[in-house]
Write a protein that binds this ligand. Sequence first.
Ligand SMILES: C[S@@+](CC[C@H](N)C(=O)[O-])C[C@H]1O[C@@H](n2cnc3c(N)ncnc32)[C@H](O)[C@@H]1O
Length: 259
Amino acid sequence: MPEAYERYLVPVLFRPFAEDLARRAAVLRPRTVLELAAGTGALTSRLVVALPGAEVVATDLNEAMVAFGGDRVPSASWRQADAQRLPFADGVFDLVVCQFGAMFFPDKPGAFAEVRRVLAPEGRFLFNTWGPVESHAFDFAVQAAAERAFPADPPDFLPSLPHGYHDPEQVSADLATAGLELEWHQPLVLDGTAESAAAVATGFLTGTPLRAAVEARGGRPDDPALQAFFAEEMTDRLGSGQVTAPMAAQLFRARPANA
Ligand SMILES: C[S@@+](CC[C@H](N)C(=O)[O-])C[C@H]1O[C@@H](n2cnc3c(N)ncnc32)[C@H](O)[C@@H]1O
C-alpha cells in the first residue's frame, strides 16, 4: 500500500496541504516537532526543509508506512507509534503536527490527551482534517464510482472515516476533554492536479483502505476491469487527461488549556 499511496495519491491530494502546514509550522519556530500519522512522509519531507534546525520525530501506526517514510525522509527520526499511546516523555515537544490523521484515531479525546501530555507548556498542536466528501472533487468522484460498482452495499469508508471529522464544535469539544484549547480553526480549499482521473482511481483501489472494502464485497482491486470501471466513472465527472480540481479541508491549532 505505501508505494501506491505515494505514487498516485500523495502528489495530488496530500502535497498541497503539506506545503501549507509546513509553512504554518515554521512560523512557530519549534525546536522539537512530533508528527503523528505521518504515512509515507508527505508532510515530514516539507517539515525538515521548512525547519532546518529542528529535531523532527515522525510516527505512524502502520509499520510499512514507517519503513517507507524512513527511507524517503531519513533526516527525520521515524518510530512506529499509536497516537493514542505515545512512547514519549511528558512535555518534550514544542509542536505536535498531524496531516489528515486525526479522523482515523478511534479515541480522539484519548489521542488528544496524549498530545497534551507530550507538549511543552507553551507548545502547539497543529493539524488538518478533510471537509465533507462532497467538498472534495476527487474523493467524491471515487465515492460515486464505488456506489455504482457496489449498488447493493456501497462502501462507506470515504464519507465516514477520512471525511467524517470536520465539525469545529466537535473537534473543539474533543480537544477540551483532553485539556487542549482550540486557538483557531479555518477552512482551506486547495486544488489538486492529477495526471488523470484513472491514476487517482488506481491509487484509491490499491493504496487505501478502500482496497479492503472492495475485497469484502467480492471485488478484486487489481482487476483491470474494475479499475477501468472506476476510471471511466471518474473521468465522466472530472474530465479526461490531466485534471485539476478543488479539495476542502479544515485547519485547527490548539494549545494546552490554562497555559
Ligand atoms: C490518510 S493517511 C495520512 C498520512 C500522511 N499524514 C499524509 O499526509 O500523507 C492516514 C495515516 O494515519 C495512520 N493512522 C491511522 N490510525 C492511526 C493511529 N491510531 N495512530 C497513528 N497513526 C494512525 C495510517 O497508518 C495512515 O498512515
